[in-house]
Design a protein around this ligand. Structure first.
Ligand SMILES: [Zn+2]
Length: 222
């Protein structure tokens, strides 16, 4: 009996008797959070990050940034507490510990402003291009990928013997670890992300309205 991959239009053999997907779709699901989900790149996020930066500029002199930084710091403290509890012998599930370690790595290797802007930007992108994300799990996974992409610490560096060039391999986290990290990021910055997205939408609607009024005025000319 043949077991065929369940991804739409695939037709390859499933990776195992009990597997639902072929090996490449299995990898895609693990790496990107959903079947058919394409990677959201730094370039994809660039426009949205620019919107976020512009929004911060508009709100200069307010406590906005420091509020978000405080959210992040609270998350870092939480991660530190988890690692300390683990070292003290408290039993805990592996992916929770891994998530905590990952947060501490980010804290060490990434500027807080970059991290905050990236998280807010992906919320704005989700609002404006919802079809780029297959589902919530894909959105969360891409968020963690983009945040981890801010630091070289998360790719294992090795030297290619033939070329002598340093190469970096992106080390994937277990999906459950990704789920914990994204849950924490969403708790820390999700409300802000949704609000930034709402403000962008509102400004867009206002511009459309102004344009409509302008055209109307031209049309009404004697
Ligand atoms: Zn497949």
């Amino acid at each position: 009996m043949n077991y065929i991959c369940r991804a739409p239009g695939c037709g390859s053999r499933a990776a195992s008797r009990f597997g639902v997907y072929c090996s490449s779709h299995k990898a895609q699901l693990r790496r990107h959070g959903a079947i058919g989900q394409r990677a959201i790149t730094k370039a994809d996020l660039k426009l949205y990050r620019a919107l976020v930066v512009a929004r911060f500029a508009k709100n200069q002199g307010t406590v906005l940034r420091s509020q978000f930084e405080a959210q992040w710091k609270a998350l870092v403290s939480r991660a530190e507490a988890i690692i300390q509890a683990f070292k003290a012998g408290t039993p805990m599930v592996r992916f929770r510990r891994e998530a905590a370690r990952e947060v501490l790595k980010l804290n060490k290797g990434v500027k807080v402003a970059d991290l905050i802007e990236t998280v807010l930007a992906i919320y704005v992108m989700q609002d404006q291009e919802p079809r780029r994300f297959k589902n919530e799990s894909a959105f969360r996974t891409q968020m963690v990928r983009r945040v981890r992409g801010l630091t070289p610490l998360n790719s294992d560096a090795w030297t290619d013997c033939k070329t002598g060039k340093a190469k970096r391999v992106y080390r994937d986290l277990a999906p459950r670890t990704v789920a914990v990290i994204s849950q924490w990021l969403a708790e820390a910055l999700g409300v802000a992300g949704l609000h930034f997205a709402k403000l962008e939408r509102r400004d867009h609607e206002r511009r459309q309205e102004a344009l409509k009024n302008y055209r109307q005025a031209l049309g009404d000319m004697q």
